[in-house]
Design a protein around this ligand. Structure first.
Ligand code: MN9
Length: 290
């Protein structure tokens, strides 16, 4: 199995003005992430706005990204959705397209029981030979039972990791120290060194799409034990993230990339287009990043 440690962009999805997927820009973004030196990409996750896309659209992105990537970086396909059947179909496609792993958030909307959620994960795990990275994002779906669930499924050799998108770093450390070693990713970019300090093997993040080299600076400084520099880089990244949050992180990332030459369009409705004030802030950030 591959070494899944490292730094992965949670890949954004560029849209055209009519709302369709902008594959030209998607190619540019994938190429840029590879060039920056990221370990890989997490495709069709929250950042990719997958929950606002049809299954066909998600499959078309999975296919396209794998073709552009052509084996150069590690690709993780997020196939989570509310329907097990749909998740299973997308997982099979990801395997066919040569993905290195699948990942899935819990089925959302209904408060499904832990047993039902376990059944969902087992069905996805059984659908392919691919390793699985569980996506834990309790803030978005309200499911707080993931530690117990992962421990119950831990004997499945295909279960290899967890993407932990939560400020609870005690839980991150608990995932890291279950009865089998798992690859654990930090999910909030603004806490990357926090997650790494508690044992994370890397991170998956949306801001990595436009400030990948600064994020790699954090990761590399941490790994060589230079905590002071890692903190300085983290602070630098966080003063940018701080200014994005009030306007919507994904919309701001799209604006920054657009200003840097990759037209990203708006986020899908019901997200609103970026405000004028947001565009002004994005311009200032782009100037500072130069
Ligand atoms: O995938 C992203 N998670 C979500 C990672 O957006 C839910 C993060 O990169 C955040 O966008 C980022 C800003 O809060 O940390």
């Amino acid at each position: 199995m591959k070494d899944f440690k490292g730094i992965y962009a949670a890949l954004l999805t560029p849209f055209n003005e009519d709302g369709t997927i902008n594959f030209d820009s998607l190619k540019l973004l994938v190429e840029r992430n590879i060039e920056v030196g990221l370990t890989g990409m997490y495709v069709c996750g929250s950042t990719g706005e997958s929950v606002m896309m049809s299954e066909e659209e998600r499959i078309s992105i999975l296919k396209f990204v794998s073709e552009v990537n052509a084996g150069r970086t590690i690709l993780i396909a997020h196939v989570g959705t509310i329907s097990t059947d749909s998740a299973v179909r997308m997982a099979k496609k990801a395997e066919e397209f040569g993905y290195d792993a699948v990942s899935a958030v819990v089925p959302f909307y209904f408060s499904f029981s832990s047993e039902a959620i376990k059944g969902y994960y087992k069905d996805i795990l059984n659908a392919t030979e691919l390793p699985m990275i569980i996506y834990n994002f309790p803030g978005a779906n309200g499911f707080g039972g993931m530690l117990e669930l992962v421990e119950e499924m831990i004997d499945n050799p295909k279960l290899v990791g967890v993407k932990h998108t939560s400020a609870n770093l005690f839980d991150l450390e608990r995932f890291k120290n279950l009865s089998k070693p798992l690859v654990v990713y930090n999910g909030f970019d603004e806490m990357l060194i926090g997650g790494l300090s508690m044992g994370a093997d890397g991170g998956i993040g949306s801001t990595y799409n436009f400030m990948g080299s600064l994020i790699l600076d954090i990761y590399n400084a941490f790994n060589r034990g230079d905590i002071k520099s890692a903190q300085e880089y983290q602070t630098k990244a966080n003063r940018i993230i701080d200014r994005m949050i009030p306007y919507g992180v994904f919309a701001m990332e799209k604006a920054i990339l657009t200003l840097q030459g990759i037209p990203m369009g708006n986020c899908r409705k019901p997200f609103l287009p970026l405000s004028e004030a947001g565009w002004e802030e994005a311009k200032r950030i782009v100037e500072e990043l130069k």
